[in-house]
Write a protein that binds this ligand. Structure first.
Ligand SMILES: [Ca+2]
Ligand SMILES: [Ca+2]
Ligand SMILES: [Ca+2]
Ligand SMILES: [Ca+2]
Length: 215
């Protein structure tokens, strides 16, 4: 109970000063001890994912404590930078939020990057049509990307404002960040996390946790 309270408290502290209302949208924190592949998540490329127990922090560490018991390990090797990723359907009106937050536990040896990808619905049909012949790029909707460099050991919290994401398909969609469910748009429909190695031929190995939309 105490632990649950600490987790909740730290999420509040880092998402908003307001205690009066629910101030974040939790995408996943893996505290179920399961990676729901096939129902909640899909996986692509050569990325391996495993639920792992979080190390107990040696000193007080609010962010490590807020990661609870479990996080999701990403591992894999590549000959050409790209390893693979995971994705989930969101289907939320994200217009009341302004940031994406994630906690990442790095590795001494392998750093690399994680790309965060968001898809908003611009042709008002609650779906992201993708072209399987063109890397599954969206046909009618925007794709927004931001990148995070993986640090060393310990949980690093990153909070990226939506304004820092950039549209990677100018001319497709309306090139406007509009994750709101208005006029028949499904809003923010989908998120993917993609692992990129630090060197062309290398490995990745890090844990991710607490995917949130926040203020
Ligand atoms: Ca967790
Ligand atoms: Ca669409
Ligand atoms: Ca676009
Ligand atoms: Ca858009």
């Amino acid at each position: 109970m105490k632990k649950a309270f600490i987790i909740l408290l730290s999420l509040f502290l880092f998402s908003s000063a307001s205690f009066s209302q629910f101030t974040f949208y939790l995408i996943d924190n893996f505290e179920s001890g399961k990676f729901l592949e096939g129902s909640k998540w899909w996986r692509f490329g050569d990325l391996d994912v495993t639920i792992v127990s979080n190390p107990k922090p040696l000193n007080r560490d609010l962010i490590a404590e807020s990661c609870g018991d479990y996080s999701l390990n990403f591992s894999g090797r590549t000959n050409n930078w790209y390893v693979g990723g995971i994705g989930t359907d969101l289907g939320v009106d994200a217009s009341r939020f302004s940031r994406f937050q994630i906690d990442i536990y790095g590795n001494d040896e392998y750093h690399g990057k994680i790309k965060i990808e968001f898809f908003d619905d611009d042709n008002f049909n609650y779906s992201i049509e993708q072209d399987p012949k063109k890397d599954y790029d969206p046909v009618y909707d925007d794709k927004w990307v931001a990148e995070i460099t993986i640090q060393g050991k310990g949980f690093t919290r990153t909070s990226i404002p939506f304004t820092a994401f950039y549209d990677v398909n100018p001319g497709v969609g309306d090139d406007i960040w509009n994750p709101n469910q208005e006029d028949g748009s499904g809003g923010l429909l989908k998120m993917q996390l993609v692992a990129i190695a630090q060197r062309q031929k290398s490995k990745i190995d890090f844990n991710v946790d607490n995917f949130l939309l926040t203020f």
